[in-house]
Unconditional design. Sequence first.
Length: 286
Amino acid sequence: MGFEIQGLTLGTWAWRWAQRMMLYALLIGIGVTMILPLLWMVSTSLKEPQAVFSMTPQWVPQPPTIANYVKIWDAVPFLRFFCNSVFVAVCVTAGHVFASACAAYAFARLKFPGRDALFFGYIATMMIPGAVTMIPVFILMRLFGWIDTYRALIIPGLFTAFGTFLLRQFFLTIPPDVEDAAKIDGASPFRIFWSIILPVSKPALAALTISTFMGNWQSFMWPLLVVDSVEKKTLPIGLAYFQDQYATDWPLLMVGSLLAILPILLIFIFNQRFLIQGIRLTGVQR
């Protein structure tokens, strides 16, 4: 029989303990691998330019300096780039979440001819790579005269099939009894949508808000195509100012990169539970 611990033999208990330790070791290894580039970025941002190419890698700069964090504001219009990114990301996120919520409610709750066919056709657009539609959308922006304007940065990102699909799946999990009671009380479809559906859909809305903001904050290719003037460039494009054909100012580039990922890092740390909960619940139907 062997020695038993809470109904388990010693061999079984040791094997399960070993499996758990191996899992922890694997997760710790993955975590360290992912955080090392961030630590190196912080280290490089505190170095003098000549120390970056030292033959002996220095994780702790000797001596550390914060001069790069002061210099970056004068080297390029960094504050302007940062504000542009905030403005564009907030506008796209707010418009995208609202438009997706309206479309998702229509596909989930309203009944009209061809609803399911229209929905599946809309979802099918997710299979088209963004690189395929980029040039046609750029031509439309040029025909509208929106090149080098905030409208070109904001409006094309307001409508995507992913947000509609995500929210529709969540709306399908909401029991219809509450809506039926509201209809008996005389509530209109928009009133039901605004006062009942949206308040109980906070996890899904938060998940879509976070993912949309993160995607637009780090967008590079589309702003690069439609924006020419320095005053309207976003932060990912602004970081390219620290690179030229023959040299790269690595300390300033690392400072800019750290400041660029800081908002995303804070948003993810404080809202990751909403992101996980919203994505988890969208796949559950009652």
